[in-house]
Design a protein around this ligand. Structure first.
Ligand code: GNR
Ligand code: NI
Length: 173
């Protein structure tokens, strides 16, 4: 397993649409292992492949707080039902470091997906898991949580992150 570099806003690659996986083979399982390790190291509760530079429809999530890890793997996830009721969570994103904001999303959703072994699965999620699944699925469409904020808030965050990146580049060079 390996920890991969996480791309951060503004990076045009994060805006790409990810492609379906044809077969869940050892290469995809290796990718999921790396994604999980990268997510735990960050630390974060979810990660989409696009965040480490691969436009593939692969997501990992682990909401467990205790020692015992409970990883969830999603390949080609599709939301089949979304509840009409919304809930609000303060969201963050490993690709938008240090920034947090409240986002409204359906509080329950049902998804079809392939698991770590390529088996067809269905999951009903609510609360933070539902939010996290939708946040990760947005990444597959090139959407970030800051896209839901007012233009003013979003611009402020993007500018701040651009400045941080430029400052870092100067140090590295
Ligand atoms: O670590 C993460 N925390 C989080 C908190 C609230 C809503 C969504 C998330 S996902 C985020 C990790 C991440 O960027 N996944 O794409
Ligand atoms: Ni994210």
């Amino acid at each position: 397993m390996a920890i991969r570099k996480i791309l951060t806003e503004p990076d045009p690659f994060l805006r790409q649409i990810s492609h379906d996986i044809e077969k869940v083979d050892d290469e995809i399982r290796k990718l999921m292992d790396d994604m999980l390790e990268t997510m735990y190291a960050a630390p974060g509760i979810g990660l989409a492949a696009i965040q480490i530079g691969l436009a593939k429809r692969v997501i990992v999530i682990d909401l467990s707080k205790e020692e015992e890890k409970k990883p969830l793997y999603f390949v080609n996830p599709k939301v089949i039902i979304k509840s009409k009721n919304n809930c609000t969570y303060e969201e963050g994103c490993l690709s938008v470091p240090g920034q947090f904001a409240e986002v409204d999303r359906p509080d329950e959703c049902e998804v079809n997906y392939l698991d770590y072994y390529g088996q067809k699965k269905k999951l009903k999620a609510k609360g933070l898991l539902a939010t996290c699944i939708q946040h990760e699925m947005d990444h597959l469409e090139g959407i970030l949580f800051i896209d839901y904020l007012s233009k003013l808030k979003k611009n402020y965050i993007v500018k701040k992150l651009s400045k941080q990146k430029k400052a870092l580049e100067r140090i590295v060079v």
